[in-house]
Unconditional design. Structure first.
Length: 89
């Protein structure tokens, strides 16, 4: 199981209304290693990026210019939860 699969599974278990969408690419050679996370209680989305779906991930949010690196699965989960306002920082 890739790290992204563990991240998604853990988040969906805790936040069933969370939606996750992987970037759809036009050509198989393009990098589809971007996942968008959205929750109905949040006006913006966050994304994780990793070409292979494994740590480290680059984290970004549409709320501001925040960019961070998640070195572990738990760090990625925390960034997403906080980034979507589902928990305090």
């Amino acid at each position: 199981m890739r790290d992204i699969d563990a991240i998604i599974r853990t988040l969906i278990q805790s936040y069933p209304e969370l939606s996750v969408e992987q970037l759809t690419v036009m050509h198989p050679a393009d990098d589809d290693g971007i996942w968008y996370f959205k929750h109905p209680t949040c006006a913006h989305e966050v994304k994780l990026e990793s070409s292979y779906g494994t740590c480290p991930f680059i984290f970004e949010t549409s709320a501001d210019a925040t960019v961070a690196t998640a070195e572990t699965v738990s760090a990625a989960i925390r960034l997403i939860v906080v980034g979507l306002g589902l928990a305090a920082a």
